[in-house]
Design a protein around this ligand. Structure first.
Ligand code: ADE
Length: 224
């Protein structure tokens, strides 16, 4: 059974290239992943297809109205599916959440916009609120694509070699080691001798030392 994603957004075309290119595109093509992209306006039933309105209590910006999003999610949801709202005030997304979510049969992703969404949407049809980082984007459509990409990598078969998942950044809480390919020398910079030595024990030792040093410099929080 493929993992099914349904994305609800006011900007469905933002996802066009993202879902058809590269490894994710191949995963869709090969049937490991299914993605439905839905324009929320389809569920805006009033004459002007209004998706948002002014906030009660005042304040800048517009708030997504409850009726369209709730009807949309109720019509897309299946028994056992997980309904996620993408928002900067959600729990931080990471590699272990991606692995966990790859075990779900069906994930519905709601992209919010502007100043946010009516609280009753969250309380009525959302199981989990997720943020992709401590910065604010204009809407949750890119974050939805980020989740799909990161989750799809954990579906067996999506990455050609299972091996490519095992010793990369984050799986062992260390950042990755530097990689080199031909030519051996380029603009006066040479590939480290040890990588040309054929001595695999020494190569592994060098790579681990590089990972620790890189992590210490860039992400010391991961070493705690
Ligand atoms: N929508 C806007 N910013 C976001 C973020 N950082 N994560 C998830 N959804 C968002």
């Amino acid at each position: 059974m493929p993992l099914r994603f349904d994305v609800l957004t006011l900007f469905p075309r933002m996802l066009d290239g993202l879902l058809s290119e590269s490894i994710l595109g191949r995963a869709v093509e090969a049937g490991f992943v299914e993605v439905g992209v839905h324009d929320l306006r389809k569920w805006c039933t009033d004459k002007h297809r209004t998706a948002d309105d002014r906030p009660f209590g005042g304040g800048a910006g517009m708030v997504m109205k409850p009726e369209p999003a709730i009807s949309a999610i109720e019509s897309l949801a299946t028994p056992g599916c997980l309904r996620i709202y993408l928002t900067p005030d959600g729990e931080p997304f990471n590699e272990s959440m991606a692995r966990e979510l790859s075990g779900s049969p069906h994930v519905v992703l709601l992209s919010g916009h502007y100043e946010g969404i009516d609280q009753r949407i969250r309380e009525t049809v959302i199981d989990r609120e997720v943020s992709i980082g401590d910065y604010v984007l204009t809407n949750g459509t890119l974050p939805a694509a980020v989740l799909i990409d990161a989750i799809a990598r954990f579906i067996p078969g999506v990455l050609g070699e299972e091996k490519s998942l095992t010793h990369e950044s984050f799986t062992g809480k260390l950042l990755d080691f530097p990689q080199y390919t031909r030519p051996v020398e380029f603009r006066g910079k040479s590939v480290p001798e040890v990588l040309l030595s054929g001595n695999h024990a020494e190569i592994d030792k060098w790579r681990l030392a590089q990972r620790i040093e890189k992590t210490r410099q860039v992400r010391p929080d991961l070493l705690k």
